[in-house]
Design a protein around this ligand. Structure first.
Ligand code: SF4
Ligand code: SF4
Length: 98
């Protein structure tokens, strides 16, 4: 196969992967429920970006053990790992709705 064709296929695949990733990330409504907002003791890394919309201040390095604002230790895991479970406020979760 021609090298320019291989590069073109690689780029197409990377673009497709990025679109899939963006589509997945965009399902999140930023409600903060999976980070403990509805329980009143959220993760210490959760930041309110605008009224009712939250972001993680360490998003790229979020997985692993962290503390809530009151000091309780918990493990932050991928949303895929907890989608089958229930957590307070999960009715607003964009992933559960899809
Ligand atoms: S570390 Fe995890 S639980 Fe804490 S704010 Fe970030 S995503 Fe939410
Ligand atoms: S509960 Fe779902 S929609 Fe809300 S912040 Fe967590 S992943 Fe995003």
């Amino acid at each position: 196969m021609e090298s320019s064709k291989i590069i073109s296929d690689d780029l197409s695949y990377q673009n497709w992967q990025q679109k899939q990733l963006d589509a997945w990330e965009n399902k999140c409504t930023r409600c903060g429920a999976c980070c403990g907002v509805a329980e009143g003791d959220p993760c210490e890394h959760l930041v309110e970006a605008s009224k009712g919309k939250y972001i993680c201040s360490i998003y790229e390095n979020r997985f692993g053990f962290h503390k809530t604002v009151s000091g309780k230790v918990f493990e932050c895991v991928s949303i895929r790992q907890i989608l089958h479970k229930w957590w307070p406020g999960d009715q607003c979760c964009g992933y559960k709705r899809h």
